[in-house]
Design a protein around this ligand. Sequence first.
Ligand SMILES: CC(=O)SCCNC(=O)CCNC(=O)[C@H](O)C(C)(C)COP(=O)(O)OP(=O)(O)OC[C@H]1O[C@@H](n2cnc3c(N)ncnc32)[C@H](O)[C@@H]1OP(=O)(O)O
Length: 415
Amino acid sequence: MKQTQDIYILGGSQTDFARNWQREGKDIYAMFEEALREAVSNADIEPGQIEVGHVGNFVGELFTGQGLLGGFFGQVFPELAALPTSRHEAACASGSIAILAAMRDIEAGHYDMACVLGLELMRNVDGKTGAEYLGAAAWKGREALPEHCDYPWPHMFDLLTQEYDRRYGINVDHLNRIAEINFGNARENPRAQTRQWQFPEGAFSCDDDLNPVIEGRVRKQDCGQITDGAACIILASEARAKEHAAKLGMKLADIPRIKGWGHRSAPILLETKLALSADQPLVFPHASATLTEAAQRAGFAQVSDLDGLETHDCFSMTEYMAIDHAGLTAPGESWKAVEDGRITRDGNFPINPSGGLIGLGHPVGATGVRMALDCARQVTGRAGGYQLPNVENMITFNVGGSTTTCVSLVVGVGQ
Ligand SMILES: CC(=O)SCCNC(=O)CCNC(=O)[C@H](O)C(C)(C)COP(=O)(O)OP(=O)(O)OC[C@H]1O[C@@H](n2cnc3c(N)ncnc32)[C@H](O)[C@@H]1OP(=O)(O)O
């Protein structure tokens, strides 16, 4: 199951997710420009070396009225005025799908260097309106109906909590702990939205005042954030990465690279997904296949052979689901990894050292790109305050909708 070739990550950028761009008087173009300029500088390339551009974005038209974001490349750099570009939508997995498209371009030999830029500007509308826009990734008129919920995605992942409870039993203390770990990790990340947030004693409990209910069993601290932000990576073929390494006096093996990928989809309706897995050990077998196939394409027998995971935690329940679907525990026993301390930064399988979507933030179209960039930073020892010790290979798990689109990438260095 080896992929045809490794794809190298020459560099990248992430905007500060604590920023509110509208309050700064800046628009989605300004965000695009800043992320692109910083990525080009960080990768130490000339803009004209980029041969193709891919944009990840979910609902720019709804939040900002702006589409056709690929046209921004040529506005930023005159050298990119005739760049071939496209934009990719897979809800919260849009960024990962943009990466896969860029990889396919390079694997096919069409281009040797690609730029992938994911972004979303979301804090320019009130929370209720934002939640409604995000609801576009559920099946409109068939699920998450306004008469059943105020917030579509907290509601949908509450249904997942209910399904876990029905199949295996669930103790929400473990969900509270997952939220607490993510907010804790975010404190060490200088680009995290919540790095300076304050939490009183008892904020990670079921106290209705300190941690109010949003929908069902999903409470405030369980939720990923509404975030403004962009992330950008510069991808290259092995031939181009070799030239780059020679120019910078580096070893090729020290440049981080995408060693494996997994990509699965499922029918859009959550109810259909749950019916399909009714007799299966796991709730979302396609999510598990995504993670396992990425690990195996990279030459690892199982996900736990890697050094850590940047996972989708749009809600603490999503991360709880990722733990057993990654095979860290038996189905329904994710709580064991939480209790054993395996997923903290000093555990034997750290999850979301960055702070994840709960602590770092979730600008929807950027998230998949941000995950890949964070893994690249970790495996090259450039993660600063949230650096993990001794990591060579990490994996991402990015989810669109109720796991309708799942993507994993293994990012590593060395042989
Ligand atoms: C597959 C998928 O990925 S689906 C996921 C799609 N994403 C979602 O559905 C997003 C889910 N999250 C949400 O909808 C929202 O974050 C909610 C509803 C949980 C909370 O929203 P709100 O009630 O508006 O509160 P919010 O957390 O934004 O905070 C409001 C303000 O208080 C601040 N704040 C909140 N908590 C804290 C804290 N602990 N300490 C300091 N400041 C805080 C925020 O920074 C924000 O400040 P601002 O007004 O200056 O921007």
